[in-house]
Design a protein. Sequence first.
Length: 440
Amino acid sequence: MADRYLHFTGTAPGRFLTRRLGLPQPAPLRRWTLETPSLDGPLLHLTAGKPAHPGTLGPVLAATGLKVTEQADRPAGIVLDATGVTTAAGLADVHAALHPVVRSLATGGRVVVLGTSPSPDDHHQAAAQQALEGFVRSLGKEIGKGATVQLVRLAPGADPASAESTLRFLLSPRSAYVSGQVVELSADAPGEVADWAAPLGGRTALVTGAARGIGAAVASVLARDGAQVFCLDVPQAREELTRTADRLGATALPLDITAPDAAEQIAAAVPGGLDVLVHNAGITRDRRLANMAADRWASVIDVNLDSVLRTTDALIGSGTLRRGGRIVATASIAGIAGNNGQTNYAASKAGIIGLVRSLAPRAAAEHGITVNAVAPGFIETKMTAAVPLFIREAGRRMNSLSQGGLPVDVAETTAWFAQPASGAVNGQIVRVCGQSLLGA
């Protein structure tokens, strides 16, 4: 359903009226297309304190395709290297660097602050680096103009090259609906990408819940990025699933992911093995707990969480998910902030977060597999189009970008996780919510 308010605020009368009434004034977001694959303008590279990686970050920033400079009147992006900020007094350098330039950021621009992990042994350094998180989340809420702000933490001693895939994503139109996020990078070496126009070339991916909505968008973006895609959904959705798969040159796999032998059927369908496993299938059965029958509880937990646990364990254990693979699961801001009438759904999505945080370090150490999750907020789908008008409008406006996201926004984040170059991105829960005002 079209966002008429967003369209209205783009007109002269709309801008006048909303400004007079103090209403949100969302800026249309610029997303990736073949015609607009990158931001339009230079990338401003600033430092605060003594950088932890002097001279080595420049080539990584240059790899984004943007012209890197230390001075620009209207930059499309700003990267502030604050890895060297180790004291409370040093935070003054953060203010001094960004205060003069933040207003000049172009509409739809990007700000990325680079930090490092707070030290367990140096409480002064830990305080200064943790302060960057509050700074970034606050700046994201006030910057406006469709711009986004993120914090990327580099592991101590890590090669900045481990951040290349992350910076490529965050400094591009692909991250249009991601803001106010903290991404922790490990020291693991990134995999190689032969062609950044098709970073998933030669890789095989499975997407569950792929017949429609977010799942279909994920399958589409992975195919666009070069992957051979298998689209899985319940047999009842066979017709729509086949249409989606045929459109993408993918393979349809009608299968109930909750079936006891689902993993065995997947392994048989992809005898060459998988490189990317995307757990997107999910259902809702909303009721307040006092009115929720046991079967409504059980079905949501089974589809959204238990099937993910079972199939993940089986596909890793059988070797179907190959070494160096990527697992991406779909959580939700409901699993972070909770939601009225969704105790079952919120429990299942919080369970996904627990799965990711526990499995990620072990899967990486034992199999070279990363495990991450996307946590969507208000995404414009057929389901949200059926939400009552005033609730839908509130959902759209209750974020820093004052609008709903699109399925492609979740898909682009999933594709970033799935890249071989994202080996340092592990155990992360990234909200695709326009920096929702709900939750942390």
